[in-house]
Design a protein around this ligand. Structure first.
Ligand code: IPM
Ligand code: MG
Length: 361
């Protein structure tokens, strides 16, 4: 198969973890005889430095031409006080929108080897296996009007949470489809006791649920969901939610798995003429400036994102399973980075990447 991939390493540890993810991708392509073409582009803080724009035109063009995009992370401390329009994150939000990747899939699994790394008691977290489906191109992240205005001596800031029926329907269907191949349960998260936006969300998700009679649906308020994630994480199979709630809940979910460095994500859009699904793949973690450049970041979230790419964009299930199996084998072997609290000397980012390749064989 032809795998035409755009790589956007981004900022901070993004470049380091992406290097290992690409190592694993090259290894898998060689092993299963896929024709891999990798192009590299600029996104985030590095793109601002080199072009003045967090999402240069050239990157938009490259992403449009590629079958799938692999991203590291964006964000640099020097932009901490910059307005949203001028931040590296603007590039990430821009590319999600340009590619139309409306469904962000964030699987949260408690690996046996990592139970002791979880902040929860082992017996509570053991068996956790959920996937958070976060709407990614709508809601308060993109709604207008937005901005900060001054008038009559008062300063006012506005953001708008907006969803259309169509936006809720398409991400809702994605969640029910996924649940059909899993434990057949969707939990939809909203704040319908306060927000009209959530009332529409709940109504439309309930309607979509009727198209999938073999999948059970329950609704939960977002504050309660935050609590249930730590009280009873095994109750969740597919968690469906809007953009900002999903952002918050997926960080919470990530630590259940032992470390936010572990979590991959897949953002999926429509199907292309080539047959591949438009996809943007990135670890859930950020650019972590505090440990950048030290070869100690955990690359497993990025490597898991490669597995997700093979599976979702290209339908290469065997290859994806081999990468995921290798990640699990490396966890069992204890050859892991410092965030996973190894006994003895932690492995470097690079060593973990090499270990995953070796485990693939
Ligand atoms: C994420 C990140 C991004 C988001 C930031 C970096 C803009 O937190 O992917 O979860 O909020 O979507
Ligand atoms: Mg986030």
């Amino acid at each position: 198969m032809n795998l035409n991939i755009l790589v956007l390493p981004g900022d901070g540890i993004g470049t380091e973890v992406t290097r290992e993810a690409v190592r694993v991708l090259r290894h898998a392509a060689r092993k299963w005889n896929h024709n891999l073409k990798i192009t590299e582009g600029l996104l985030g803080g590095i793109a601002i430095h080199k072009t003045g724009n967090p999402l240069p035109e050239e990157t938009v063009r490259l992403a449009g031409d590629a079958d799938a995009t692999l991203m590291g992370a964006v964000g640099l401390a020097e932009f901490d006080n910059a307005p949203p329009e001028k931040r590296p994150e603007k590039g990430l939000l821009g590319i999600r929108k340009v590619l139309g990747v409306y469904a962000n899939l964030r699987p949260v699994r408690a690996y046996g080897a990592l139970l002791d790394s979880s902040p929860l008691k082992n017996e509570r977290v053991a068996g956790t296996d959920m996937i958070i489906v976060r709407e990614l191109t709508g809601g308060i992240y993109y709604g207008t009007p937005r901005g900060i205005t001054e008038s009559g001596g008062e300063t006012r800031a506005v953001n708008t949470m907006v969803y259309t029926r169509a936006e809720i329907e398409r991400v809702g269907r994605m969640a029910f489809h996924l649940a059909g191949g899993r434990r057949k349960k969707v939990t939809s998260v909203d704040k319908s006791n306060v927000l009209e936006n959530s009332q529409l969300w709940r109504r439309v998700v309930t309607e979509i649920g009727r198209e999938f009679p073999d999948v059970a649906l329950d609704h939960i308020l977002v504050d309660n969901c935050a609590m249930q994630l730590v009280l009873n994480p095994t109750r969740f199979d597919v968690v469906l939610t809007e953009n900002m709630f999903g952002d918050i809940l997926s960080d919470e979910g990530a630590v259940l798995a032992g470390s936010i460095g572990m979590l991959p994500s897949a953002s999926i859009g429509e199907r292309k003429a080539s047959g591949a699904w438009v996809g943007l793949y990135e670890p859930v973690h950020g650019s972590a400036p505090d440990i950048a450049g030290q070869n100690k970041a955990n690359p497993l979230g990025a490597i898991g994102s490669v597995a997700a790419m093979l599976e979702y964009s290209f339908g290469l299930k065997k290859e994806a399973a081999a990468v995921n199996g290798a990640v699990e084998a490396v966890l069992e072997s204890g050859r892991v980075t410092a965030d996973l609290k190894p006994t003895g000397t932690p492995a470097t980012t690079e060593q973990v990447g090499e270990a995953v390749c070796a485990a693939i064989g």
